[in-house]
Design a protein around this ligand. Structure first.
Ligand SMILES: NC(=O)c1ccc[n+]([C@@H]2O[C@H](COP(=O)([O-])OP(=O)(O)OC[C@H]3O[C@@H](n4cnc5c(N)ncnc54)[C@H](OP(=O)(O)O)[C@@H]3O)[C@@H](O)[C@H]2O)c1
Length: 252
């Protein structure tokens, strides 16, 4: 699959969280190649620098702003950095996420707090901070907010109660927000991918044994490709949810 510039995305400014790894990184690269100006955030400075080097090699536009999105001050600084850019924000992609696996009987309650902080509270608060900019963009020519959720946001599997609960909550936030901002020209989409070959998924699989076979999973680029399809549709049409799963049936 050769990614190309897309006229619908040229000149738009996008913030992508979780851009230092996996799905968020693939989305940041794909949007930049399509012609958007991308602000990439995550905590891992080295990974972000590698992303910037890859962007330079492809001669595309990615600005870095490292931040821990669970930190109130860091979120405020990130939002301010986005406001200072020459282009005004019209796309926000929430891909940062945390995942812990354990049966309810054994799960550590602090893991629930952490996943809530990363998967629910941070995207909620960051959306609040930058919603005025997105509403302005919506009224001018259209704005988009995409939440990278999970098939665990539809149906919770055993041993993933905490993560699934946060993803159910995130889906609810997206549903409310969609109805609140639709008339201002802002579209809200929940992406619900299944198993995707990222560092997060590798940790999950390898914790259960050595059977890491990425070719049986989706690639992060597949999710990124779908994101561009959703964004490039005419503003008269909103894609509310997209479910994506590996084509092969997987155990577990
Ligand atoms: N992989 C899958 O199979 C799968 C399936 C369904 C849904 N998802 C969802 O897809 C999204 C991306 O997951 P992934 O598989 O790409 O995982 P990943 O490779 O582990 O990437 C997770 C990203 O989240 C960022 N992040 C985590 N905590 C953060 C914090 N406190 N502040 C800022 N950034 C933070 C990480 O950045 P730093 O480490 O640099 O902070 C990293 O960029 C997540 O929301 C996940 O729930 C994944």
């Amino acid at each position: 699959m050769t990614a190309k510039r897309q006229p619908e995305l040229v000149g738009r400014t996008a913030l992508v969280t979780g851009a230092s790894s996996g799905i968020g990184r693939a989305i940041a690269v794909r949007l930049a190649v399509a012609g958007a100006s991308v602000v990439a955030t995550g905590r891992n400075r080295r990974a972000l620098d590698e992303l910037a080097a890859a962007a330079d090699r492809r001669e595309v536009d990615i600005h870095l702003h490292p931040a821990d999105i669970t930190d109130t001050d860091a979120r405020a600084e990130l939002a301010e950095a986005v406001r200072q850019l020459p282009g005004s924000l019209s796309i926000m992609i929430h891909s940062a996420g945390a995942y812990q696996r354990s049966p309810v009987a054994e799960a550590d309650i602090s893991d629930l707090d952490h996943q809530y902080a990363v998967n629910v509270r941070a995207p909620y608060a960051l959306t609040q901070l930058l919603l005025p900019e997105l509403l302005d963009a919506g009224r001018r020519s259209g704005g988009d907010i995409i939440f990278v959720n999970s098939t665990q946001g539809i149906t919770a599997s055993p041993n993933i109660s905490q993560y699934a609960a946060t993803k159910h909550a995130l889906r609810a936030i997206a549903d409310s927000l969609r109805a609140e901002v639709a008339d201002a020209g802002v579209r809200v989409c929940t992406m619900l991918p299944g198993r995707t070959a990222t560092p997060m998924q590798r940790r999950v699989v390898q914790a259960g044994g050595p059977s890491w076979v990425p070719d049986t999973l989706m690639a992060p680029q597949d999710v990124a490709e779908m994101v561009t399809v959703v964004l490039a549709l005419p503003i008269r049409t909103t894609v509310t949810e997209v479910v994506m799963r590996p084509a092969r049936m997987l155990p577990g």
